[in-house]
Design a protein around this ligand. Structure first.
Ligand code: 4AD
Ligand code: MG
Length: 430
């Protein structure tokens, strides 16, 4: 019977054939232990010299790392393996022999691994991260479906900037100028006026000259936008969504979390409601923590976010930032014109901002004023202003960065390992 590693529990004490690659092996004169992988999982194959033909044992001893094989054997339960099963191999058919696989079981430097990302993805750790990323993607669709959101796909080629003009990737669009999308938000606002509650999920591009462990040039963002919704109601959806994805990873990816050595106890604490502190309060907190030179009106950097997050064991919302350091579309606080109704959600354990969101300006006159202040006049933004002309309503939305969320949930240091082929400041290969 042909099957895959993730399905072996259905075949205990039965003989199966699985197409695999050899991840690693160990052997002595009488027995060989093969670490096999097929994409769905990893399993150990045990080849006992006395139980197989001479050819099969010779093959087991000589196969090279990453050779492709059909392995036939009996599935047995094994409580010593984290996976719970192993295979007593009876036959090995070599499909393709791999020569001099560059990623050996020894330690390699990061640059070397990044140059071999197309192969590095096969490793157990990278496999676990990709499985958790996939789980978060599945949970995202599930959550927004359950909450009556409609998936909407905003364009990637755009004529207008959503998040400021300094980080845009520029390209020609026949005779016009175009940019790669930094955020689908402006289009999602139009979609919310057509469909009520909407979300997008797609790639976004930022020509950021930042070389940090949190910045990618190309990253994936989930952007919900909701009509008839206040800032506070948006925060409630955000914490519910984050709790849902963490629970879904805990419920479906125990093996992968275990492979990554991720502390499950820390993730189990992620239950709504999340704490909320204002930007003003955050400034005080930072001063208490020894950031004596931090001043009201400055944006927070990674060390600030980390210091604030340390005071909480759940993600924390920092709300009401100064309007000067936030995007043009954010709605002012009704009681104070110098701060806006926005929030950044800061992940625990130093993983930084995973969500940015706000209530949007719905008043035409105020939006026109912001256009002037930000030099946004022109045809490219005309349609966005028109949304305030025909049945404008209070609305709010947010963007969750997929890779930073994966990094946090997996407990991996750098976002470069959370996307299959990272685009970084100095890297477009592979
Ligand atoms: O805070 P940002 O810039 O917000 C927006 O783009 C809004 N238009 C979203 C909205 O309200 N619809 O980005 C949102 C999130 C950040 O919190 C972060 O998680 C992620 O996107 N992000 C990045 N992730 C990886 N690399 C980068 N260079 C990122 N820039 C932002
Ligand atoms: Mg932000």
């Amino acid at each position: 019977m042909k099957t895959t590693i993730n399905r072996v529990s259905e075949f205990v004490n039965k003989e199966v054939t699985i197409g695999v690659w050899l991840a690693n092996k160990r052997s002595s004169g009488k027995i060989a232990f093969l670490q096999l992988r097929d994409g769905t999982g990893f399993i150990q194959g045990v080849v006992v010299k006395a139980d197989v033909t001479e050819e099969t044992f010779a093959a087991a001893k000589s196969i090279t790392q990453e050779s492709a094989l059909y392995v036939t054997g009996t599935v047995v339960e094994d409580s010593r393996s984290p996976f719970g099963y192993e295979m007593q191999v009876s036959e090995i058919e070599i499909i393709h022999e791999s020569k001099d696989y560059p990623i050996t079981p020894k330690e390699h430097g990061t640059e070397f691994l990044m140059d071999h990302r197309h192969l590095w993805l096969r490793s157990k750790k990278q496999h676990a991260i990709m499985k958790i990323r996939n789980q978060i993607i599945q949970a995202t669709y599930h959550f927004f479906e359950k909450e009556d959101f409609v998936k909407i796909d905003p364009p990637i080629l755009t004529g207008s900037a959503a998040e400021g003009t300094t980080e845009l990737f520029h390209t020609k669009y026949f005779d016009e100028e175009a940019y790669l999308s930094q955020s689908g938000q402006l289009y999602m606002e139009a979609a919310a006026m057509a469909l009520g509650k909407v979300f997008s999920f797609g790639p976004t591009f930022r020509a950021e000259k930042s070389k940090t462990r949190r910045h990618l040039i190309e990253f994936w963002m989930i952007e919900p936008e909701m009509a008839f919704t206040t800032h506070e109601e948006s925060l409630e959806i955000q914490e519910k969504y984050v709790q849902f994805i963490v629970e879904s990873v805990l419920g479906n990816c125990q093996l992968e979390l275990n492979t990554l050595g991720r502390s499950v106890e820390k993730l189990e604490q992620i239950k709504a409601p999340f704490p909320r502190i204002t930007y003003d309060h955050a400034i005080e907190l930072l001063k208490e923590k020894g950031f004596s030179d931090v001043e009201w009106g400055e944006d927070f950097g990674a060390p600030h976010e980390t210091a604030i997050a340390e005071s909480f064991d759940k993600p924390v919302f920092i709300t009401h930032y100064p309007k000067e350091i936030k995007a043009f579309y954010m709605k002012p606080d009704p009681d104070r014109d110098d701060v806006v109704q926005c929030a950044d959600l800061i992940a625990p354990e130093g993983y930084g901002e995973i969500i940015g969101g706000s209530a949007r300006i719905d008043d035409m006159a105020l939006m026109e004023q912001r256009y002037k202040e930000h030099n946004l006049s022109g045809e490219a933004y005309k349609w966005y202003l028109e949304l305030r002309q025909y049945g404008s309503v209070p609305h709010a939305g947010f963007g969750l960065g997929l890779e930073r969320t994966v990094a946090w949930i997996c407990g991996v240091d750098h976002v470069r390992e959370t996307i299959p082929f990272p685009r970084l400041l100095n890297r477009l290969y592979p």
